[in-house]
Design a protein around this ligand. Structure first.
Ligand code: NAD
Length: 473
Protein backbone atom coordinates (compact mmCIF):
# COMPACT_ATOMS: atom_id res chain seq x y z
CA UNK A 1 0.00 0.00 0.00
CA UNK A 2 1.30 3.50 -0.83
CA UNK A 3 2.67 5.47 2.12
CA UNK A 4 -0.11 8.09 1.85
CA UNK A 5 -2.82 5.43 2.01
CA UNK A 6 -1.16 3.78 5.01
CA UNK A 7 -1.23 7.05 6.95
CA UNK A 8 -4.82 7.81 5.88
CA UNK A 9 -5.87 4.39 7.16
CA UNK A 10 -4.02 4.91 10.44
CA UNK A 11 -5.68 8.31 10.94
CA UNK A 12 -9.10 6.79 10.32
CA UNK A 13 -8.57 4.07 12.92
CA UNK A 14 -6.78 6.52 15.31
CA UNK A 15 -3.87 4.10 15.32
CA UNK A 16 -1.38 6.96 15.20
CA UNK A 17 1.51 7.95 17.44
CA UNK A 18 1.87 11.72 17.16
CA UNK A 19 5.23 13.23 18.04
CA UNK A 20 5.26 16.83 19.25
CA UNK A 21 8.59 18.64 19.16
CA UNK A 22 8.54 21.51 21.67
CA UNK A 23 6.09 21.30 24.56
CA UNK A 24 5.40 24.98 25.24
CA UNK A 25 2.38 27.29 24.91
CA UNK A 26 1.66 25.81 21.46
CA UNK A 27 2.93 22.23 21.61
CA UNK A 28 1.32 21.17 24.87
CA UNK A 29 -2.29 22.26 24.09
CA UNK A 30 -1.91 20.61 20.66
CA UNK A 31 -0.68 17.41 22.34
CA UNK A 32 -3.76 17.42 24.59
CA UNK A 33 -6.17 17.87 21.66
CA UNK A 34 -4.53 15.09 19.67
CA UNK A 35 -4.64 12.75 22.68
CA UNK A 36 -8.28 13.68 23.33
CA UNK A 37 -9.02 12.78 19.70
CA UNK A 38 -7.82 9.23 20.40
CA UNK A 39 -4.21 9.37 19.24
CA UNK A 40 -1.22 8.44 21.39
CA UNK A 41 1.16 11.36 21.78
CA UNK A 42 4.90 11.38 22.37
CA UNK A 43 6.09 14.82 23.41
CA UNK A 44 9.75 15.66 22.89
CA UNK A 45 11.44 18.65 24.49
CA UNK A 46 15.07 19.55 25.09
CA UNK A 47 14.31 20.79 28.61
CA UNK A 48 14.57 18.01 31.18
CA UNK A 49 12.55 19.95 33.78
CA UNK A 50 9.63 20.35 31.32
CA UNK A 51 9.65 16.63 30.50
CA UNK A 52 10.02 15.53 34.13
CA UNK A 53 7.21 17.86 35.19
CA UNK A 54 4.84 16.64 32.46
CA UNK A 55 5.56 12.99 33.18
CA UNK A 56 4.76 13.71 36.83
CA UNK A 57 1.44 15.28 35.79
CA UNK A 58 2.40 18.94 36.25
CA UNK A 59 1.50 21.30 33.43
CA UNK A 60 3.66 24.41 33.06
CA UNK A 61 1.23 25.95 30.54
CA UNK A 62 -1.73 27.81 31.99
CA UNK A 63 -4.15 26.74 29.23
CA UNK A 64 -3.57 23.08 30.11
CA UNK A 65 -4.67 22.04 33.59
CA UNK A 66 -3.02 19.28 35.60
CA UNK A 67 -6.37 17.45 35.45
CA UNK A 68 -6.39 17.52 31.62
CA UNK A 69 -2.83 16.25 31.58
CA UNK A 70 -3.58 13.57 34.13
CA UNK A 71 -6.59 12.36 32.10
CA UNK A 72 -4.54 11.74 28.94
CA UNK A 73 -1.68 10.21 30.91
CA UNK A 74 -4.00 7.84 32.73
CA UNK A 75 -5.53 6.81 29.39
CA UNK A 76 -2.01 5.92 28.24
CA UNK A 77 -2.13 8.58 25.52
CA UNK A 78 0.62 10.94 26.60
CA UNK A 79 4.26 10.57 27.43
CA UNK A 80 7.12 13.09 27.30
CA UNK A 81 10.77 12.44 26.51
CA UNK A 82 14.11 14.20 26.00
CA UNK A 83 15.22 11.38 23.69
CA UNK A 84 14.86 12.69 20.12
CA UNK A 85 15.66 9.29 18.59
CA UNK A 86 12.28 8.07 19.86
CA UNK A 87 10.62 10.26 17.21
CA UNK A 88 11.26 7.34 14.87
CA UNK A 89 8.32 5.63 16.61
CA UNK A 90 5.98 8.45 15.57
CA UNK A 91 3.72 8.30 12.50
CA UNK A 92 3.34 12.07 12.45
CA UNK A 93 5.49 14.82 13.97
CA UNK A 94 4.46 18.43 14.64
CA UNK A 95 7.23 20.92 15.30
CA UNK A 96 6.31 23.71 17.74
CA UNK A 97 9.64 25.30 18.64
CA UNK A 98 10.29 29.02 19.25
CA UNK A 99 10.99 31.47 16.42
CA UNK A 100 12.39 34.56 18.11
CA UNK A 101 14.30 37.50 16.63
CA UNK A 102 18.04 37.97 16.72
CA UNK A 103 19.59 40.99 18.43
CA UNK A 104 19.25 42.87 15.12
CA UNK A 105 15.58 41.93 14.72
CA UNK A 106 16.28 39.34 12.02
CA UNK A 107 14.54 35.93 12.14
CA UNK A 108 16.27 33.40 14.36
CA UNK A 109 15.34 30.07 12.80
CA UNK A 110 18.04 28.17 14.71
CA UNK A 111 15.38 26.28 16.73
CA UNK A 112 13.67 25.15 13.50
CA UNK A 113 17.04 24.07 12.11
CA UNK A 114 17.86 22.13 15.31
CA UNK A 115 14.41 20.50 15.43
CA UNK A 116 14.67 19.58 11.74
CA UNK A 117 18.04 17.98 12.43
CA UNK A 118 16.50 15.87 15.23
CA UNK A 119 13.57 14.86 13.02
CA UNK A 120 15.90 14.08 10.12
CA UNK A 121 17.86 11.62 12.26
CA UNK A 122 14.62 9.86 13.17
CA UNK A 123 12.99 10.08 9.73
CA UNK A 124 11.74 6.82 8.21
CA UNK A 125 9.30 5.94 5.42
CA UNK A 126 5.57 6.54 6.11
CA UNK A 127 5.89 9.59 8.34
CA UNK A 128 4.27 13.02 8.13
CA UNK A 129 6.11 16.11 9.35
CA UNK A 130 4.34 19.40 10.05
CA UNK A 131 5.97 22.70 10.97
CA UNK A 132 3.75 24.79 13.25
CA UNK A 133 6.22 27.51 14.29
CA UNK A 134 5.53 30.95 12.84
CA UNK A 135 8.13 31.77 10.20
CA UNK A 136 8.82 33.57 6.92
CA UNK A 137 7.44 32.23 3.62
CA UNK A 138 9.79 29.66 2.15
CA UNK A 139 11.08 28.14 5.41
CA UNK A 140 9.41 24.74 5.02
CA UNK A 141 10.52 24.33 1.41
CA UNK A 142 13.94 25.96 1.64
CA UNK A 143 15.18 24.80 5.05
CA UNK A 144 13.25 21.67 6.02
CA UNK A 145 12.69 19.94 2.69
CA UNK A 146 16.36 19.71 1.58
CA UNK A 147 17.42 18.54 5.05
CA UNK A 148 14.79 15.81 5.19
CA UNK A 149 15.33 14.70 1.57
CA UNK A 150 19.09 14.43 2.23
CA UNK A 151 18.20 11.14 3.93
CA UNK A 152 17.38 9.72 0.50
CA UNK A 153 13.64 9.64 1.28
CA UNK A 154 11.34 11.44 -1.18
CA UNK A 155 8.70 13.95 -0.16
CA UNK A 156 5.14 13.13 -1.26
CA UNK A 157 6.11 9.48 -1.72
CA UNK A 158 8.04 8.22 1.33
CA UNK A 159 7.28 11.02 3.77
CA UNK A 160 4.93 14.00 3.83
CA UNK A 161 5.75 17.60 4.70
CA UNK A 162 3.40 20.49 5.46
CA UNK A 163 3.19 23.82 7.21
CA UNK A 164 0.25 24.52 9.51
CA UNK A 165 0.47 27.71 11.56
CA UNK A 166 -0.63 27.57 15.16
CA UNK A 167 -3.16 30.28 15.95
CA UNK A 168 -3.66 29.58 19.65
CA UNK A 169 -4.58 32.63 21.72
CA UNK A 170 -3.43 31.88 25.29
CA UNK A 171 -6.06 32.76 27.88
CA UNK A 172 -8.90 32.93 25.33
CA UNK A 173 -11.86 31.21 27.02
CA UNK A 174 -13.79 30.68 23.74
CA UNK A 175 -11.26 29.82 21.04
CA UNK A 176 -8.75 27.11 21.77
CA UNK A 177 -6.72 24.72 19.65
CA UNK A 178 -9.71 22.50 18.83
CA UNK A 179 -12.21 25.12 17.64
CA UNK A 180 -9.84 27.56 15.96
CA UNK A 181 -9.84 26.80 12.22
CA UNK A 182 -6.46 25.42 11.16
CA UNK A 183 -4.77 26.35 7.88
CA UNK A 184 -2.68 23.63 6.21
CA UNK A 185 -0.42 23.87 3.18
CA UNK A 186 1.49 20.85 1.83
CA UNK A 187 4.60 20.53 -0.32
CA UNK A 188 2.66 18.17 -2.60
CA UNK A 189 -1.10 17.43 -2.92
CA UNK A 190 -0.58 14.15 -1.03
CA UNK A 191 1.25 15.99 1.77
CA UNK A 192 -1.83 18.20 2.15
CA UNK A 193 -4.25 15.26 2.01
CA UNK A 194 -2.34 13.21 4.59
CA UNK A 195 -1.78 16.04 7.06
CA UNK A 196 -5.44 17.19 6.85
CA UNK A 197 -6.57 13.62 7.53
CA UNK A 198 -4.22 13.37 10.52
CA UNK A 199 -5.43 16.64 12.08
CA UNK A 200 -9.10 16.16 11.20
CA UNK A 201 -10.11 14.17 14.34
CA UNK A 202 -8.58 16.81 16.64
CA UNK A 203 -9.48 20.08 14.92
CA UNK A 204 -13.04 21.13 14.10
CA UNK A 205 -12.28 23.09 10.91
CA UNK A 206 -9.37 22.64 8.55
CA UNK A 207 -8.56 25.20 5.87
CA UNK A 208 -6.45 23.62 3.13
CA UNK A 209 -4.39 26.01 1.01
CA UNK A 210 -2.38 25.37 -2.12
CA UNK A 211 1.23 25.64 -0.88
CA UNK A 212 3.35 25.84 2.28
CA UNK A 213 4.24 29.44 1.34
CA UNK A 214 0.54 30.42 1.39
CA UNK A 215 0.12 28.83 4.83
CA UNK A 216 3.27 30.55 6.13
CA UNK A 217 2.09 33.91 4.82
CA UNK A 218 -1.43 33.51 6.26
CA UNK A 219 -0.02 33.56 9.79
CA UNK A 220 2.19 36.56 9.07
CA UNK A 221 -0.72 38.46 7.51
CA UNK A 222 -2.91 37.81 10.56
CA UNK A 223 -0.34 39.11 13.00
CA UNK A 224 0.75 41.99 10.79
CA UNK A 225 -2.92 42.98 10.50
CA UNK A 226 -3.11 43.13 14.29
CA UNK A 227 0.15 45.01 14.66
CA UNK A 228 -0.83 47.63 12.07
CA UNK A 229 -4.31 48.16 13.52
CA UNK A 230 -3.02 48.35 17.09
CA UNK A 231 -0.47 50.86 15.79
CA UNK A 232 -3.32 52.93 14.35
CA UNK A 233 -5.24 52.76 17.66
CA UNK A 234 -2.08 53.83 19.50
CA UNK A 235 -1.56 56.73 17.14
CA UNK A 236 -5.19 57.70 17.70
CA UNK A 237 -4.47 57.69 21.47
CA UNK A 238 -1.63 60.15 20.92
CA UNK A 239 -3.80 62.27 18.60
CA UNK A 240 -6.66 62.32 21.15
CA UNK A 241 -4.25 63.18 23.95
CA UNK A 242 -3.10 66.23 22.03
CA UNK A 243 -6.71 67.20 21.21
CA UNK A 244 -7.97 66.62 24.77
CA UNK A 245 -10.47 64.02 23.51
CA UNK A 246 -11.25 60.67 25.14
CA UNK A 247 -9.81 58.06 22.75
CA UNK A 248 -11.82 55.21 24.30
CA UNK A 249 -15.05 57.11 23.77
CA UNK A 250 -14.12 57.75 20.13
CA UNK A 251 -13.23 54.11 19.49
CA UNK A 252 -16.27 52.69 21.30
CA UNK A 253 -18.60 55.02 19.42
CA UNK A 254 -16.92 54.18 16.08
CA UNK A 255 -17.35 50.49 16.89
CA UNK A 256 -21.14 50.91 16.91
CA UNK A 257 -20.94 51.02 13.11
CA UNK A 258 -22.18 47.57 12.12
CA UNK A 259 -19.98 47.33 9.03
CA UNK A 260 -16.61 48.54 7.75
CA UNK A 261 -15.01 49.08 11.17
CA UNK A 262 -13.20 46.65 13.41
CA UNK A 263 -12.36 47.67 16.96
CA UNK A 264 -8.74 47.74 18.11
CA UNK A 265 -7.67 49.30 21.38
CA UNK A 266 -4.67 51.39 22.28
CA UNK A 267 -2.49 50.29 25.15
CA UNK A 268 0.98 50.24 26.68
CA UNK A 269 2.60 48.65 23.61
CA UNK A 270 2.84 45.20 22.12
CA UNK A 271 3.88 42.05 23.94
CA UNK A 272 3.97 38.29 23.60
CA UNK A 273 5.71 35.87 21.32
CA UNK A 274 3.76 36.79 18.20
CA UNK A 275 2.62 40.29 17.33
CA UNK A 276 5.81 42.21 18.16
CA UNK A 277 7.92 39.56 16.39
CA UNK A 278 6.14 37.97 13.45
CA UNK A 279 5.87 41.04 11.19
CA UNK A 280 9.68 41.33 11.35
CA UNK A 281 9.92 37.89 9.75
CA UNK A 282 8.05 39.19 6.72
CA UNK A 283 9.90 42.53 6.66
CA UNK A 284 13.22 40.64 6.71
CA UNK A 285 12.17 38.33 3.88
CA UNK A 286 11.06 41.30 1.78
CA UNK A 287 14.27 43.26 2.46
CA UNK A 288 16.06 40.34 0.80
CA UNK A 289 13.82 40.94 -2.25
CA UNK A 290 14.57 44.67 -2.23
CA UNK A 291 11.15 45.69 -0.94
CA UNK A 292 10.50 47.82 2.12
CA UNK A 293 7.37 46.86 4.05
CA UNK A 294 6.28 50.36 5.08
CA UNK A 295 3.11 49.52 7.06
CA UNK A 296 5.02 46.95 9.11
CA UNK A 297 7.86 49.34 9.87
CA UNK A 298 5.60 52.25 10.82
CA UNK A 299 3.35 50.13 13.05
CA UNK A 300 6.45 48.68 14.75
CA UNK A 301 7.76 52.19 15.37
CA UNK A 302 4.48 53.46 16.85
CA UNK A 303 3.89 50.41 19.03
CA UNK A 304 7.47 50.42 20.34
CA UNK A 305 7.11 54.06 21.40
CA UNK A 306 4.07 53.44 23.61
CA UNK A 307 5.91 52.53 26.85
CA UNK A 308 7.77 55.88 26.64
CA UNK A 309 4.46 57.66 25.94
CA UNK A 310 2.92 56.22 29.11
CA UNK A 311 5.97 56.94 31.21
CA UNK A 312 5.65 60.52 30.00
CA UNK A 313 2.01 60.48 31.17
CA UNK A 314 3.18 59.30 34.62
CA UNK A 315 5.62 62.24 34.70
CA UNK A 316 2.80 64.64 33.75
CA UNK A 317 0.47 63.20 36.37
CA UNK A 318 3.12 63.50 39.11
CA UNK A 319 3.94 66.99 37.96
CA UNK A 320 0.34 68.08 38.57
CA UNK A 321 0.96 67.22 42.20
CA UNK A 322 4.28 69.04 42.20
CA UNK A 323 6.20 65.79 42.28
CA UNK A 324 9.07 64.56 40.18
CA UNK A 325 9.40 61.03 38.86
CA UNK A 326 12.74 60.83 40.70
CA UNK A 327 11.98 59.84 44.27
CA UNK A 328 8.35 58.91 43.63
CA UNK A 329 6.93 55.47 44.29
CA UNK A 330 5.11 53.97 41.33
CA UNK A 331 2.99 50.83 41.51
CA UNK A 332 2.75 48.99 38.18
CA UNK A 333 -0.45 47.00 38.03
CA UNK A 334 0.00 43.97 35.77
CA UNK A 335 3.24 42.87 34.09
CA UNK A 336 2.01 40.01 31.85
CA UNK A 337 1.78 41.13 28.24
CA UNK A 338 -2.00 40.70 28.20
CA UNK A 339 -4.78 40.04 30.64
CA UNK A 340 -5.43 36.78 32.48
CA UNK A 341 -2.20 35.07 31.46
CA UNK A 342 1.22 34.65 33.08
CA UNK A 343 3.36 35.28 29.97
CA UNK A 344 5.94 38.05 30.34
CA UNK A 345 7.60 37.66 26.96
CA UNK A 346 8.17 41.04 25.27
CA UNK A 347 5.80 42.60 27.79
CA UNK A 348 5.69 46.41 27.55
CA UNK A 349 5.50 46.45 31.37
CA UNK A 350 9.19 45.56 31.43
CA UNK A 351 10.03 48.64 29.35
CA UNK A 352 7.76 50.83 31.48
CA UNK A 353 9.44 49.62 34.68
CA UNK A 354 12.91 50.11 33.20
CA UNK A 355 12.12 53.64 31.96
CA UNK A 356 10.61 54.64 35.31
CA UNK A 357 13.62 53.28 37.20
CA UNK A 358 16.00 55.05 34.82
CA UNK A 359 14.21 58.28 35.74
CA UNK A 360 14.73 57.60 39.45
CA UNK A 361 11.33 56.22 40.50
CA UNK A 362 11.01 53.41 43.00
CA UNK A 363 8.87 50.83 41.21
CA UNK A 364 6.82 48.02 42.75
CA UNK A 365 4.44 45.78 40.85
CA UNK A 366 1.41 43.63 41.45
CA UNK A 367 0.38 40.80 39.13
CA UNK A 368 -1.85 37.94 40.28
CA UNK A 369 -0.32 35.67 37.62
CA UNK A 370 3.36 36.59 37.93
CA UNK A 371 4.57 36.19 41.53
CA UNK A 372 8.14 37.08 40.58
CA UNK A 373 10.42 37.63 37.62
CA UNK A 374 14.01 38.47 36.82
CA UNK A 375 15.07 41.14 34.35
CA UNK A 376 18.62 42.32 33.68
CA UNK A 377 19.83 40.41 36.74
CA UNK A 378 17.29 42.07 39.06
CA UNK A 379 14.68 40.00 40.83
CA UNK A 380 11.24 41.58 41.17
CA UNK A 381 8.48 40.18 43.41
CA UNK A 382 4.78 41.00 43.22
CA UNK A 383 3.45 43.00 46.18
CA UNK A 384 -0.05 42.30 47.49
CA UNK A 385 -2.76 44.61 46.17
CA UNK A 386 -4.08 46.20 49.35
CA UNK A 387 -5.51 49.58 50.29
CA UNK A 388 -2.16 50.26 51.92
CA UNK A 389 0.05 49.45 48.92
CA UNK A 390 -2.21 51.51 46.70
CA UNK A 391 -2.32 54.48 49.02
CA UNK A 392 1.45 54.40 49.55
CA UNK A 393 2.15 54.73 45.82
CA UNK A 394 2.46 58.25 44.45
CA UNK A 395 1.14 56.90 41.17
CA UNK A 396 -0.48 53.64 40.04
CA UNK A 397 0.00 52.63 36.39
CA UNK A 398 -2.44 50.05 35.09
CA UNK A 399 -0.46 48.17 32.42
CA UNK A 400 -2.30 44.83 32.24
CA UNK A 401 -6.06 44.71 32.79
CA UNK A 402 -6.33 41.31 34.53
CA UNK A 403 -9.99 40.46 35.18
CA UNK A 404 -9.44 39.40 38.80
CA UNK A 405 -8.07 42.78 39.96
CA UNK A 406 -10.37 44.81 42.21
CA UNK A 407 -10.48 48.02 40.17
CA UNK A 408 -12.97 49.57 42.57
CA UNK A 409 -10.30 49.29 45.28
CA UNK A 410 -7.71 50.76 42.91
CA UNK A 411 -10.06 53.61 42.06
CA UNK A 412 -10.82 54.32 45.74
CA UNK A 413 -7.29 54.07 47.11
CA UNK A 414 -5.03 55.14 44.24
CA UNK A 415 -3.78 58.67 44.75
CA UNK A 416 -3.01 59.12 41.10
CA UNK A 417 -3.84 56.60 38.39
CA UNK A 418 -2.56 56.32 34.84
CA UNK A 419 -4.73 53.76 33.09
CA UNK A 420 -3.16 52.49 29.85
CA UNK A 421 -6.04 50.05 29.23
CA UNK A 422 -9.16 51.95 30.24
CA UNK A 423 -9.58 49.23 32.89
CA UNK A 424 -11.13 51.55 35.47
CA UNK A 425 -14.06 52.50 33.34
CA UNK A 426 -14.60 49.39 31.25
CA UNK A 427 -17.57 47.30 32.19
CA UNK A 428 -19.08 50.01 34.35
CA UNK A 429 -22.64 51.21 33.79
CA UNK A 430 -21.74 54.87 33.47
CA UNK A 431 -19.21 54.34 30.77
CA UNK A 432 -18.51 57.92 29.85
CA UNK A 433 -20.09 59.63 32.78
CA UNK A 434 -17.43 58.84 35.34
CA UNK A 435 -14.09 60.46 35.83
CA UNK A 436 -11.66 60.08 38.66
CA UNK A 437 -11.21 63.19 40.74
CA UNK A 438 -7.47 63.27 41.10
CA UNK A 439 -7.55 65.47 44.20
CA UNK A 440 -9.82 63.30 46.29
CA UNK A 441 -9.69 60.04 44.39
CA UNK A 442 -13.48 60.17 44.13
CA UNK A 443 -15.77 59.94 41.16
CA UNK A 444 -16.77 62.94 39.14
CA UNK A 445 -19.71 62.89 36.80
CA UNK A 446 -19.04 63.57 33.14
CA UNK A 447 -21.26 66.65 33.18
CA UNK A 448 -19.53 68.07 36.23
CA UNK A 449 -16.19 67.45 34.65
CA UNK A 450 -17.07 69.27 31.48
CA UNK A 451 -18.66 72.24 33.26
CA UNK A 452 -16.67 73.07 36.33
CA UNK A 453 -14.25 70.28 37.22
CA UNK A 454 -15.96 70.07 40.57
CA UNK A 455 -15.88 66.63 42.06
CA UNK A 456 -18.39 65.25 44.47
CA UNK A 457 -16.12 65.78 47.39
CA UNK A 458 -16.84 69.45 46.78
CA UNK A 459 -13.29 70.55 46.01
CA UNK A 460 -12.75 72.59 42.90
CA UNK A 461 -10.20 70.85 40.74
CA UNK A 462 -9.69 73.13 37.79
CA UNK A 463 -6.96 70.93 36.44
CA UNK A 464 -4.58 72.34 33.90
CA UNK A 465 -5.18 71.17 30.36
CA UNK A 466 -2.53 68.45 30.69
CA UNK A 467 -4.33 67.04 33.72
CA UNK A 468 -7.60 66.84 31.85
CA UNK A 469 -5.91 65.11 28.96
CA UNK A 470 -4.26 62.51 31.11
CA UNK A 471 -7.61 61.79 32.73
CA UNK A 472 -9.05 61.15 29.30
CA UNK A 473 -6.47 58.48 28.66
N1 NAD B 1 2.57 31.41 22.33
C1 NAD B 1 1.66 31.75 21.46
O1 NAD B 1 0.67 32.37 21.80
C2 NAD B 1 1.78 31.36 20.01
C3 NAD B 1 0.65 31.42 19.21
C4 NAD B 1 0.73 31.04 17.89
C5 NAD B 1 1.96 30.66 17.36
N2 NAD B 1 3.06 30.63 18.15
C6 NAD B 1 4.32 30.18 17.55
O2 NAD B 1 4.53 28.82 17.93
C7 NAD B 1 5.92 28.56 18.10
C8 NAD B 1 6.17 28.02 19.49
O3 NAD B 1 5.84 29.02 20.43
P1 NAD B 1 5.58 28.72 21.95
O4 NAD B 1 4.92 29.93 22.49
O5 NAD B 1 4.91 27.40 22.12
O6 NAD B 1 7.08 28.59 22.50
P2 NAD B 1 7.52 28.09 23.95
O7 NAD B 1 8.80 28.76 24.23
O8 NAD B 1 6.40 28.21 24.91
O9 NAD B 1 7.77 26.53 23.74
C9 NAD B 1 8.75 26.04 22.90
C10 NAD B 1 9.29 24.74 23.48
O10 NAD B 1 10.18 24.20 22.53
C11 NAD B 1 11.28 23.64 23.23
N3 NAD B 1 12.40 23.50 22.30
C12 NAD B 1 13.26 24.44 21.87
N4 NAD B 1 14.11 23.91 20.97
C13 NAD B 1 13.78 22.62 20.83
C14 NAD B 1 14.29 21.57 20.04
N5 NAD B 1 15.30 21.76 19.20
N6 NAD B 1 13.71 20.37 20.17
C15 NAD B 1 12.68 20.16 21.01
N7 NAD B 1 12.14 21.12 21.77
C16 NAD B 1 12.70 22.34 21.68
C17 NAD B 1 11.51 24.58 24.37
O11 NAD B 1 12.25 23.97 25.40
C18 NAD B 1 10.08 24.92 24.77
O12 NAD B 1 9.59 24.04 25.76
C19 NAD B 1 6.62 29.88 17.79
O13 NAD B 1 6.99 29.90 16.45
C20 NAD B 1 5.56 30.91 18.04
O14 NAD B 1 5.78 32.09 17.29
C21 NAD B 1 3.00 30.95 19.47
Amino acid sequence: MAAADQLLKKAESRDVLFGIVGLGYVGLPLAVELANAGYRVLGFDVLQRVVTGLNAGHSHVKDVSDAQLEAIRRAGRFEATTDGSRLREADAISICVPTPLSKFKDPDVSYIVAATETVKKALRPVQAIVLESTTYPGTTREIMLPALESTGLKVGKDFFLAFSPERVDPGNPVYQTRNTPKVVGGITPDCLRVVCALYQPAIETLVPVSTTEVAELVKLLENTFRSVNIGLANEMAIVCDKLGVDVWEVIDAAATKPFGFMKFSPGPGLGGHCIPIDPHYLAWKMRGLNYKTRFIDLAGELNTEMPAFWVHKVGEALNQHSKAVRGSTVLVLGVAYKKDIDDLRESPALDIIKLLEQQGATVAYHDPYVPEFEEDGHRHASVPLTANTLARADCVVIVTDHSSVDYELVRRQGRMIVDTRNALRRGKGHRYRERVCRAGGRRLSGGDWERSHLCRCGRAENPPVAAKRSAHL
